[in-house]
Write a protein that binds this ligand. Structure first.
Ligand code: SF4
Ligand code: SF4
Length: 470
């Protein structure tokens, strides 16, 4: 079949793409109250992310997931693998808080604090500084490649790259002490896993914030898909007041819009131009809306220029729009039964978690009977069992502990009963325990190991074990 055959022509006519071709979005820069809040959050979250790993605490890094030592340091707290429960509950609290805030105020997280939003904002800021605002960037993209365009592109991609590498390096700095990592960086002598994660996370940051941007929110983020089920008619969302804005239309500033049969929307299109996901909020609530409030800022400026009241696009609720509620009514509907129940559960879990942390023991002891060494008769006819004690000093100070054993008449602990442990460390120690044969009959008998801090007798563990008499 030739390229010009009738069959080929018919197929070409009948075929159509199942996928919408992605159109690049060029969000216009915006200023205003909510833009300021977004930048406050950008500074806050990034100061935290890039700075926290450099913070020293008690001679070590304040926040460190030490995978080699299998310990997680969080300021004065040290979590061991046995403490995974605390981290699991912390994740539950975070997820639950996110659900609660979404039910109250919609996509606050997406609009202000999500890393995808924050990095896109920073990358976009770099792009705007180098290539200009929306129109200039559109013009530059359409222009043929020349020296000036190449220089701008190289500078933009270079800065994006540096920021991405710094971001990847910082992430790994929470798992490998950042000062060690910085020394390795000088000679590029990172370990294999450090390389993998630095390259991966840098690549994700660059790709997601530099190129994919709103597509991550629209097509990849699962939260965008299921957050709708957390909304109800009293959830605060960013809405266009259709009743007030329509019929939309252009007009002179001096015109009497009522006489012209027009609402307050001047159909300037600025709310669409600033939108990072490229949607038109005037079409109603859409899952693509990340709640960034850029359209509120820009529309308020238009309303100011036209001498109309602000808030044609604003934070409101479905019920408030339908029933013409003011701010007081909206606030009074925050405390609805569902929200109160969510809040009560969240407070209960959080209090229990804090209480658990506050009372977390600073000494842990595990006693295991040595299965390799059966109960045996030793010198003087004594019966000996061997036990292995794993002693964990979970505190932030060096400790000395006294070990003793009770439970049977004339039971004795052989070996050094005082053990010393550095802060946040553990030790496995083997103890022989001996008992005269007349102290107990054949079979298994309960004995107790007591491990007590010499500095604070309240720090003590009383642990059960089984002694076998042959
Ligand atoms: S920015 Fe405001 S006035 Fe302009 S089109 Fe959007 S809703 Fe209408
Ligand atoms: S519609 Fe408004 S709030 Fe939603 S993403 Fe676009 S600019 Fe942000």
């Amino acid at each position: 079949m030739t390229a010009n055959s009738p069959d080929t022509a018919a197929e070409a006519t009948a075929s159509s793409s199942l996928y919408e071709v992605h159109k690049k979005i060029y969000p216009k820069a915006v200023t205003g109250l909510f833009a300021t809040w977004r930048w406050v959050l950008v500074w806050f979250t990034q100061a935290l992310y890039y700075g926290l790993c450099w913070l020293p605490w008690n001679g070590r890094q304040a926040v460190l997931f030490d995978l080699v030592e299998r310990k997680f340091y969080l300021f004065g707290l040290v979590f061991w693998p046995q403490d995974v429960f605390y981290l699991a509950v912390l994740l539950i609290i975070s997820a639950y808080a996110l659900f609660l805030f979404t039910a109250v105020a919609g996509r606050l997280w997406c609009g202000y604090a999500c890393p995808q939003t924050v990095y896109t904002e920073i990358f976009l800021w770099i792009e705007q500084k180098i290539e200009g605002d929306r129109n200039a960037r559109m013009k530059l993209d359409a222009a043929p490649m020349n020296g000036a365009k190449l220089a701008k592109r190289a500078l933009k991609y270079g800065l994006w790259g540096l920021l991405s590498i710094w971001t990847g390096f910082t992430l790994v700095g929470y798992f490998t002490p950042i000062k060690t990592l910085a020394q390795e960086a000088v000679s590029l002598s990172f370990g294999p896993w450090e390389w993998v994660w630095i390259v991966l996370y840098s690549g994700f940051t660059y790709g997601f914030a530099g190129h994919l941007r709103e597509q991550v929110c629209k097509y990849m983020c699962p939260y965008a898909r299921f957050q709708g089920v957390m909304f109800d008619p009293d959830t605060l969302v960013i809405t266009y007041d259709e009743e007030r804005g329509e019929p939309r239309g252009t007009r002179k500033k001096s015109a009497d819009h009522k006489a012209e049969g027009l609402g307050h929307c001047v159909d300037c299109g600025l709310c669409v131009a600033v939108c990072p996901t490229g949607i038109d909020i005037r079409k109603g609530l859409q899952y693509e809306c990340i709640g960034c409030a850029a359209c509120i800022d820009v529309c308020d400026q238009v309303m100011d220029k036209m001498a109309y009241p602000k808030g044609l696009i604003r934070y409101s609720t479905e019920n408030a729009l339908a029933k013409h509620w003011g701010a007081k009514d909206i606030v009074s509907h925050v405390a609805r039964p569902r929200i109160l129940l969510y809040s009560a559960i969240l407070v209960a879990i959080t209090v229990a978690w804090i209480w658990g942390l506050a009372t977390k023991p600073s000494l842990r002891v595990d006693v295991i009977r040595d299965r390799m060494t059966l109960a045996r008769e030793v010198e003087d006819g004594l019966i000996e069992n061997v036990f292995r004690l794993q002693v964990m000093n979970v505190s932030e100070t060096r400790q000395r502990y006294a070990v003793s054993v009770t439970g049977l008449e004339r039971i004795a602990l052989m070996g050094e009963p005082i053990i010393e442990l550095a802060s946040a460390s553990n030790k496995n120690i083997t103890f022989q325990v001996r008992v005269p044969p007349e102290s107990a009959g054949k079979g298994s008998h309960t004995i107790y190991f007591d491990v007590k801090s010499l500095a604070d007798e309240k720090v003590a563990v009383h642990e059960k074990a089984i002694f076998l008499m042959p």
